[in-house]
Write a protein that binds this ligand. Structure first.
Ligand code: NAD
Ligand code: ZN
Length: 703
């Protein structure tokens, strides 16, 4: 590594939030809606609370549905969801008097898990939303409105050796301080006792965790929370201005970092063997680059994250790699193996008699100086969120180090949260993932009829898809549609002409960088042409062979190194979209049909060559997919109608339907279904095959 250069770039400051409360909006809202409004305001402002973090409550007088009596009900954010996007149904509602009476069942910290089991008995109005483990923090405090959040600036104080002193310096005695305690009934009791012992206190810092504060009205509570965060951010920013973050810069951002990430991610993904395939997420945002390139990087990364919210997503510590050794295959393999061993050792050291079995020991966060932050998880959204949470952890370390030493969470405490039986029960209740979750597909011609239908089919079962097409506007439109229909996380588009070697390579590089590798290639980009032999120009001949033969060759060749990496995980699949005409001779389409035949034979050759690497290669032969296909919008339609001596309108569809043995239309979705079968593990034992999807055409029977 380079010698420290200690560039004095100023540290990235904390955002200072301001109130976004609107009295006109609030004036129209009832008590529960005001709580929702306040929660959404807090949660949708990422300077206030990170995704999914925090909870809010209000104690509201309601009419008991059974007795008709007025009762006090605790509305508190329930289990799951996040306060930024939640609706009213995200709140658990519980009888406050019953919640308070629970204390008769409590004998001390050992009872925390037991106390969770009593919460459903306090449910008001048959509300199905489960109460979260944070509920006692709200019920035991004697205040009408309570907020609990974990913004970076607050955790920075909570996770620093200088945090308690800074808390005093910022707020005098108005904000209390409690040592680390994992959320639950005991923490609720400690909070209540602290408030009793310190009358007038307006909130309490929870070491290693966040803050809890309160007020008499929804507006006052919201503005109090925002002000406390702003106070913390302003205080930290004043200290960060004085010196560069993390001891200054040691490794400058590498201008080639995106290409380095694209090369590295599929190799890491291939090494992360285990029950499920991973999807990757790369970021070179300012926070990540500042941290990984800093003097203090290695020391701080090894300490691990602090807030439970963070490490549940990121694992306690990241894997750090030496940028000078990335090309060394054995180095990477050893790094992953070591990480897994260290994780297993951590599990063995900390496990309790009734701990759930060890979970996936692969790293989630991988950090590379000069390159940035790469995260891996079972699906794309989880990988992205893990990265963002590590970004929060970086901010916390930056702030914490500005006022003292950053303090990571004690290993046993971290373990007890990670392997909490309640957490395990939640995991066990989750439905099994859809069959293609964790798979990454690239579909060429993804903007076209068959390509888009295929992409949709793969997306529907959980795959991530990169759409590659030479038509930039069309492919962007399809991407935008899928992004709404599925999620912006799982779909990307690349403008790529499959006859251009460099563009093809760039599309696969983009796939590697955006998702981490490749499991499924659908070679589909195509054209069609029709001309009698004597009128077939060399240009027309070449065009067909360029797109259909060479295009399939180039895409397969660029896919190959990515596909080969996944042998240990069960292998990969290439699907060529062939044609009936690849098998059955066609009149007046010799260039097209013979080029399609060349591609189909290429598929067989690749099936042979790919088998030792776990790569399966199969073909789907469509015929007469008229609806949705752009090929059939153009000249091909006129030419084919001409060749059959019929008109190019409805008659043409009728003609093809009648020509089929089953007398049915073939739709893009029908082709997509066959591709799906060949792409998925349902066909794990098939390679070198062809499936005709043509409503029956005896001429095209394979023999
Ligand atoms: N529609 C049919 O009846 C039928 C029958 C047999 C085979 N096929 C084959 O199915 C595949 C898809 O056809 P479709 O019906 O969806 O047609 P389509 O025209 O709707 O889609 C083809 C897509 O490929 C793209 N494309 C064309 N040349 C490209 C290139 N050089 N680089 C990148 N992208 C390119 C186009 O922009 C278009 O988005 C083709 O290979 C075609 O030969 C179709
Ligand atoms: Zn919390």
């Amino acid at each position: 590594m380079n010698a420290p250069t200690k560039l004095a770039a100023p540290a990235i400051p904390f955002a200072v939030p301001t109130s976004r409360w609107d009295d006109d909006v609030a004036a129209k809202l009832g008590a529960a809606e005001l709580l929702l409004y306040r929660s959404n305001l807090l949660g949708s402002d990422l300077t206030v609370t990170n995704f999914g973090g925090g909870n809010t409550s209000a104690k509201i007088t309601e009419t008991d549905p059974l007795s008709g009596a007025e009762v006090e009900v605790l509305w508190v954010k329930g289990s799951g969801g996040d306060i930024g996007s939640m609706k009213l149904d995200g709140f658990a509602t519980l009888y406050q008097d019953k919640l308070l009476s629970l204390e008769t069942h409590y004998d001390g910290p050992e009872d925390d898990d037991k106390m969770v089991g009593y919460l459903p008995h306090c449910t008001f109005n048959l509300n199905g939303r489960a109460a979260s483990i944070d509920t006692p923090l709200h019920s035991l405090l004697p205040f009408a409105h309570v907020d609990h959040v974990h913004p970076d600036a607050i955790i920075a104080l909570a996770a620093s050796s200088g945090g308690e002193e800074a808390t005093k310096a910022i707020w005098g005695g108005k904000i209390g301080w409690l040592p680390w305690k994992r959320p639950g009934y005991t923490l609720g009791v400690q909070l209540r006792d602290h408030v009793k012992a310190n009358p007038g206190v307006e909130g309490v810092m929870l070491a290693g965790h966040g803050i809890i504060c309160w007020a008499d009205s929804a507006k006052a509570c919201y503005e109090h929370t925002v002000r406390l965060i702003a106070d913390a951010a302003t205080y930290l920013n004043a200290r960060l201005e004085a010196r560069p973050a993390f001891g200054g810069q040691r490794v400058a951002p590498n201008p080639d970092r995106a290409a380095i990430a694209a090369g590295l991610m599929p190799r890491l993904r291939g090494l992360m063997t285990g029950a499920r395939r991973k999807v990757g997420h790369y970021s070179d945002d300012a926070e990540a680059l500042e941290f990984v390139g800093s003097v203090e990087f290695k020391r701080l990364a090894a300490l691990g994250t602090s807030c439970p919210d963070h490490f549940l997503r990121t694992k306690i510590a990241p894997l750090t790699l030496d940028p000078a050794r990335l090309e060394d295959e054995s180095y990477l393999a050893a790094q992953i193996a070591d990480y897994r061993e260290l994780y297993a050792a951590y599990y063995e050291r900390c496990r309790r008699a009734n701990s759930p079995a060890m979970r996936d020991p692969n790293p989630v966060v991988v950090l590379v100086p000069g390159v940035g932050r790469i995260t891996f998880a079972g699906d794309k959204t989880t990988a992205r969120l893990a990265g963002e949470f590590y970004g929060n952890a970086i901010n916390v370390m930056r702030g914490a180090e500005a006022i003292g030493d950053y303090i990571a969470l004690d290993e046993q405490e971290a373990f007890d949260i990670e392997y909490w039986l309640l957490e395990e029960a939640k995991l066990q209740r989750m439905p099994a993932p859809r069959p293609l979750v964790g798979r990454i597909a690239l579909v060429t011609g993804g903007a076209g009829g068959i390509g888009a239908a295929t992409a949709a089919r793969l997306l529907r079962d959980g795959a991530c898809v990169l759409l590659a097409d030479r038509d930039g506007a069309a492919v962007e439109e399809v991407r935008a549609g899928f992004s709404k229909q599925f999620s912006p996380d799982v779909v990307r588009a690349a403008v790529c002409d499959v006859t251009d070697e460099a563009e093809v390579q760039a599309a696969f590089d983009a796939c590697a960088r955006e998702f981490g590798g490749l499991d499924i290639l659908v070679a589909n980009a195509g054209i069609a042409s029709s001309a009698p032999l004597e009128e077939t120009t060399i240009a027309l001949w070449k065009k067909n062979y360029d797109v259909l033969a060479e295009g399939y060759f180039l895409t397969s060749r660029s896919a190959w190194p990515l596909l080969k990496r996944m042998k240990e995980q069960g292998g990969t699949s290439v699907v060529f979209i062939g044609s009936k005409n690849a098998v059955a001779a066609a009149t007046n389409a010799s260039a097209y049909a013979s080029a399609k035949a060349a591609a189909n034979h290429l598929a067989r050759c690749l099936a042979l060559e790919g088998a030792p690497s776990g790569i399966r290669v199969n073909v789907v032969n469509p015929d007469a997919v008229i609806r949705g296909s752009k090929i059939w919008d153009g000249e091909w339609r006129q030419e084919r109608a001409g060749a059959h001596g019929i008109d190019a309108g409805q008659e043409l569809e009728d003609h093809y339907r009648q020509r089929s043995m089953l007398k049915r239309d073939v739709l893009p979705e029908d082709i997509a279904e066959a591709v799906y079968f060949l792409a998925s593990d349902a066909s794990a034992k098939s390679t070198g095959n062809m499936i005709n999807v043509d409503a029956g055409n005896a001429q095209a029977f394979t023999r």
